[in-house]
Write a protein that binds this ligand. Structure first.
Ligand code: SF4
Ligand code: SF4
Length: 427
């Protein structure tokens, strides 16, 4: 017997109707197959319990420096004063992270402007024996191959930001004082790869690059054959909530992303941001949070300030002194319930158990509240879900899995990206 369910959503596909259930992530041919109201409430309650669980710090992020050799037009650090962390701040953060398992991202700015601090982190992790998976982001600056080998010995995952072929990349990520920024990025990629690191490429999509992104993405994939790729069309607002001047808008975002996704599926390329939607949809394992900032992330910025969201902390918002561990605990607890399953306005959204709430910083600036939403991102999430549903009905859910699968790609699943996904829907 069907009932008026908040969680059942009808789609027209191939001239027929299919029904998607936002809690079970099932597709039905008839609304009669909808689970009972009791079952729905039971599932919702279990998701809420799961979202509120304290799993400790599963991800760290250290802004080793906020200085950079580039001046990218979309960088959220615009207006943030330059500064570097100290080795004692690093030690204090690693102490808080404990024995793991956890992921730690070395970030900036350009973290390799402080190779001594990178080496300090490696040595501390080694001597403590903590189960911490290291990754670092870089735009590419000269790096000593011996440091690259130290990172390889720790099985570090290196993310090099490259937005496309030289003309595209150099206009988006110019070097301060001039020069060829693409060449620096390419050199860095090869230094790390030759040293034995796993190396991925992160592509930022802007209003200027969106028209050519599919071709640029393909070019990067073929030229570098990276171990994984990132594709980010959602730019953070700048300090104080100022709109990002290079944010792309309109339906072109979905078109650009899905065209790259089709390529990635075909070539067996793993794209983390997309896998975060496709993996839970295909496996029917709800994604309750999109980012570990919702209560499981420790962010550190120069000056001994800590928080749980990268952009908030570095922009001077929702940060506390690293030494005030009680205040830090309170902050993490306050963020822990930030999941769409707890947001009244999200309950009727088909992406309820798939979007994880997206980026809390972006939503906060768009709505004024931590549990708000960014409407254009939400529209995109719903359209991406429609794309997955249509592809599944026509070709089966497996058609969304990259050739080779999610588990066989070079990038092991980071601890901090599986937020809430380990809870399968139990029939
Ligand atoms: S909430 Fe957004 S800005 Fe903050 S850490 Fe997560 S993705 Fe980054
Ligand atoms: S897409 Fe937006 S409205 Fe829908 S569940 Fe996610 S945050 Fe809520």
């Amino acid at each position: 017997m069907s009932h008026e369910s908040l969680f059942l959503h009808a789609y027209d596909v191939n001239g027929g109707k299919v029904y998607f259930h936002s809690l079970t992530l099932d597709l039905f041919n008839s609304p009669e197959e909808c689970p009972s109201p009791e079952r729905e409430q039971e599932l919702l309650a279990s998701y809420r319990r799961k979202a509120g669980e304290n799993s400790g710090i599963i991800m760290g992020c250290m802004f080793l420096t906020t200085r950079c050799s580039r001046s990218c037009g979309y960088c959220f650090l615009s207006g943030v004063p330059p500064g570097d962390m100290t080795s004692s701040e690093i030690d204090a953060g690693l102490d808080l992270m404990g024995k793991g398992p956890a992921d730690l991202l070395l970030y900036g700015g350009e973290p390799f402007l402080r190779p001594d601090l990178v080496l300090h982190v490696i040595n501390r992790i080694r001597s403590s024996g903590a189960g911490i998976n290291l990754s670092t982001a870089t735009g590419g600056v000269p790096v000593d191959p011996s440091l690259a080998r130290e990172l390889a010995a720790e099985d570090t995952f290196i993310i090099v930001s490259i937005d496309g072929p030289p003309a595209v990349h150099n206009s988006a990520r110019p070097l301060r004082g001039g020069g060829n920024s693409f060449e620096d990025a390419e050199r860095a990629f090869h230094i790390f790869r030759d040293a034995g690191c796993r190396v991925g490429i992160s592509v930022t999509v802007t209003e200027k690059s969106i028209a050519t992104v599919r071709g640029d993405f393909k070019w990067l994939m073929e030229r570098f054959q990276p171990d994984d790729m990132g594709l980010n069309p959602w730019l953070h607002p700048l300090k104080g909530g100022r709109a990002n001047p290079l944010q792309a808008t309109g339906p072109g975002i979905l078109k650009a992303v899905t065209s790259c996704m089709e390529l990635a599926i075909d070539r067996g390329m793993y794209i983390e941001q997309l896998a975060r939607r496709v993996r839970p949809f295909v496996r029917r394992t709800p994604r309750l949070k999109d980012c570990a900032s919702a209560g499981g992330r420790l962010v550190q910025v120069p000056g001994g300030i800590a928080g749980t969201c990268d952009c908030m902390t570095v922009c001077g918002d929702h940060g506390v002194s690293l030494e005030k561990t009680g205040e830090l605990d309170d902050l993490l607890t306050r963020f822990r319930d930030l999941s769409p399953v707890n947001f009244p306005d999200c309950l009727s959204c088909p992406a309820l158990a798939l979007c994880g709430g997206g980026c809390r910083y972006d939503a906060y600036h768009a709505s004024g509240v931590l549990n708000g939403s960014r409407s254009e991102r939400c529209s995109y999430e719903r359209e991406f879900l429609r794309w997955m549903i249509e592809k599944s009905v026509r070709q089966g859910r497996e058609s969304l899995i990259p050739a080779g699968g999610f588990d066989t790609v070079a990038m092991p699943m980071p601890v901090g990206t599986m937020i809430g996904e380990e809870q399968a829907v139990v029939d």
